[in-house]
Design a protein around this ligand. Sequence first.
Ligand SMILES: NC(=O)c1ccc[n+]([C@@H]2O[C@H](COP(=O)([O-])OP(=O)(O)OC[C@H]3O[C@@H](n4cnc5c(N)ncnc54)[C@H](O)[C@@H]3O)[C@@H](O)[C@H]2O)c1
Length: 472
Amino acid sequence: MRVTVIGTGYVGTVTGACLAYLGHRVTCVDTDAAKIALLRRGESPIYEPHLAELLPLAEARGGLDFDTGLAAAAAESDVIFIAVGTPPLPGGEADLSYLEAAARSAGAAMDAARFRVVVNKSTVPVGSGNLVEALVREGIEEARPAERRQIRFGVASNPEFLREGSAISDSLYPDRIVTGSSDPETLAAMRELYRPLVEQSFDPPPGVPRPAALARVPMVATTLTSAEMIKYAANAFLTLKIGFANEMANICEHVGAEAPEVMTGIGLDARIGSRFLSPGIGWGGSCFGKDVNALLHTAHEYGYDSRLLRASLEVNAAQRQMVIQKLQERLFILKGRTIGLLGLAFKPDTDDLRDAPSLHIAERLLQMGARVKAYDPVAMAACRAQRPDLKIRYCDSAQDAAVEADALVLVTEWREFRELDLAGLARVMARPVLVDGRNLFSPEAARAAGFEYTGVGRPRPRTALQAAEPPA
Ligand SMILES: NC(=O)c1ccc[n+]([C@@H]2O[C@H](COP(=O)([O-])OP(=O)(O)OC[C@H]3O[C@@H](n4cnc5c(N)ncnc54)[C@H](O)[C@@H]3O)[C@@H](O)[C@H]2O)c1
């Protein structure tokens, strides 16, 4: 099929490349001329594993090109995806201005030559499907008032569930595809578009193997509103699951239980499941906080106060603050101390810094008069560019971040940090304090390497004397 994708960010670029890899002819459009220029040169504007290798394959299979203008591509397209940003406004609600501009321009580009489907992949507040339809119609009426009755289009909501860092795999081998629409012609076009994904009838690209058990991907057809709600409900649940693991970890620290053991123990219960139960310094990223806030905001508009969602946000904010407390417990005064951060990206395998815990931690430390050094394998350039206000000293390596530091904080669990020579790090520090915000290291190994180690939900081993004391 002929496809246009509006927006070449994390979602749009990956969606466009994957659809072209499946054999569709795709044009990706963005108003950001610098991004389009990069993509035309075959370079990816974002750090996403396997994306740079997929782009030429996608170009060779279905065909993939990039443009700043929407009109020509949309006029020829059967399916027009909207994948623009919906960032949070100060009050928590989603900023729909990009979506509105995209939907209106899609309408303005349509003629009566074919039936088109406008698919919304951006995460939008419940009810936005109707908004997209109204805006497309407005675009048509402004551009082609005489033809407006002959121009046919359908609108679908197709929420995106990819995770940055494994976006290609998530897009080619999704757990499910959700399509919301009440129009049979629109649903039929979506089924046709996703047939190769549903049937898994394509050869996996190099480096992105198909999961062994995957034979067919379920396609869930819902109403527009349910599809929009599914996205929010999924993200809200995931924040609750991580928040729950963190809350249990905090209690574990008080009672002397090992949170990772506890999570393994509960995760084996099939009703609970083991994923997303790792205690740490909390979630971040462009979606979780934004989407939970937007859902709270929507609920408020209907007079409903979701206490559970509010608690999820509060627990996460407190978890980030805990890093500061753990540093204070060991160093007492942070003013004048040097703290090395290992990792800046909100999670490994991405350069995305949106709502990253690292930024919050660096901000607090700097406010408190500490000096902050940091090393991240990919996100330092993005941090320098996006947060020039943060006076961080960027380092060439983890070792460099450790030199003369009073403490190290493991913020992002990049794979290369697993291989670190802990004894070598401890040796060059002013004081070998390690706050392991992701429970990446074995406490025993870190202590043997000379560190004063603290993880999340991993209390210090009790001394022989404490262990021998009879219970009160
Ligand atoms: N990033 C993720 O992991 C993820 C996962 C699932 C869903 N989502 C949702 O997908 C949407 C896109 O997220 P993202 O992370 O890709 O955003 P992004 O900010 O990385 O990219 C958005 C792109 O849209 C472009 N754009 C804005 N207005 C435009 C217009 N009128 N015409 C053409 N291009 C325009 C911007 O220039 C930008 O390149 C958001 O609603 C987000 O919530 C994101």
